[in-house]
Design a protein around this ligand. Structure first.
Ligand code: ATP
Ligand code: MG
Ligand code: FE
Length: 344
């Protein structure tokens, strides 16, 4: 089959076409990040409007690229076998644009319609780094809006082992960057600076390390960093930004890895995956590599270019649903929040 997938849950408008072998024939992303950067974060109303402006062009470009990849002219909508879209979780007004567009296309062409959970997309991005990836496995999904540990019993069969009780990991990176005046998004710039700093310079808290469960808390760490910055400024000491970045990042990594290892122990899984925008963090990837190597656990990581939001990851889930024959009705709607344990 040929499936077109659309992603519009946050500030990236994406469209991808996948074939029956799981090859992405095209994967087009239009990022709005520059429009939001000046406001220090994603502005929902701007995101919705930019999706409306971009979505037609992104889909046309995608159909054209997919056709070229097949050595022909642009694919027509009638060449497709299904239309898929991210229906949750994310910004409601942003999701609605993709969902309405995809439902319209599916209805007009009489094609099956597939709704995809965005977090399941981040998980499936791992297939781009390892085509032979199969459940059972444990995955950590760390992004701008979510922080979860998930047991993957099968594709589509998930058990949430733990999650953040307040901020997401990516959100913490963004807030610390903001406090340091480093702009938005914070993850890439913090991780670049952290590479030049000393991770042991400042003892920031490792929240919930010994909580006895697999949940996380990030807001206390963010407060510890911002109050440290405030105190240093008060006494007039120049900030050592690389040391702050490295010490903050290490506090995050220590808890993430410790809980992931406990999840592996509890489930007996021998494969571990990472997903979400924060999966692009080099120090986090290296820490998992070392921890998994020591325990003989197979670590699969998404390619760096596939960690952020894009429609290719949605297409990978859509192909799985297509094979399973699990489709959505055209009465399905966008949802701002959604339970990963019930993805369809
Ligand atoms: P969600 O996936 O939860 O709906 P989202 O789609 O907005 O949220 P993503 O696009 O998946 O989030 O990830 C963006 C987040 O990843 C941002 O918070 C960003 O700061 C963070 N991030 C990106 N690169 C890095 C990095 N190198 N280190 C740490 N964080 C990073
Ligand atoms: Mg984004
Ligand atoms: Fe995301």
């Amino acid at each position: 089959p040929l499936i077109l997938a659309i992603e519009s849950s946050c500030d990236e408008t994406g469209a991808a076409v996948i074939d029956g072998e799981g090859t992405l024939l095209a994967d087009v992303v239009a990022s709005q990040v520059d429009f939001h950067a000046r406001f220090g974060g994603v502005v929902p109303e701007i995101a919705s409007r930019k999706h409306v402006e971009a979505i037609c062009g992104v889909c046309e470009e995608c159909l054209e690229q997919a056709g070229a990849r097949l050595g022909q002219g642009p694919l027509a909508w009638a060449d497709l076998d299904a239309v898929a879209v991210t229906y949750a979780p994310g910004l409601m007004g942003a999701l609605v644009v993709g969902v309405a567009f995809a439902k319209g296309a599916a209805w007009a062409q009489g094609l099956p319609f597939i709704g995809v959970n965005h977090l399941e997309g981040h998980l499936h991005a791992n297939k781009l780094g390892a085509a032979d990836l199969r459940p059972p496995l444990v995955a950590s999904l760390v992004s701008g809006g979510n922080t979860l540990l998930v047991e993957v019993r099968d594709w589509g069969d998930y058990r949430v082992l733990g999650e953040t009780i307040d901020d997401a990991v990516g959100e913490a990176f963004d807030k610390v960057a903001k406090a340091l005046g480093l702009g938005y998004p914070g993850g890439p710039v913090i991780s670049r600076l952290a590479a030049q700093g000393n991770p042991d310079a400042i003892a920031f808290p490792r929240a919930m390390l010994h909580s006895g469960n697999l949940d996380f808390s990030l807001s206390g760490l963010k407060t510890a960093v911002t109050s440290y910055i405030g105190k240093e400024r008060e006494v007039g000491r120049p900030l050592n930004v690389p040391d702050i970045a490295a010490s903050f990042q290490q506090a995050v990594i220590d808890v993430q890895v410790a809980k992931a290892l406990r999840a592996l122990e509890e489930t007996g899984a021998t494969t571990f995956c990472l997903g979400g925008g924060v999966a692009a963090n080099p120090a986090l990837r290296a820490a998992y590599q070392q921890a998994c190597d020591q325990r003989g656990v197979r670590l699969v990581l998404p390619p760096l270019s596939a960690c952020g939001d894009h429609a290719g990851m949605i297409a990978l889930v859509a192909l799985e649903r297509f094979r399973q024959g699990r489709f959505f009705g055209l009465d399905a709607d966008a949802q701002a929040r959604c339970d990963l344990e019930r993805p369809y």
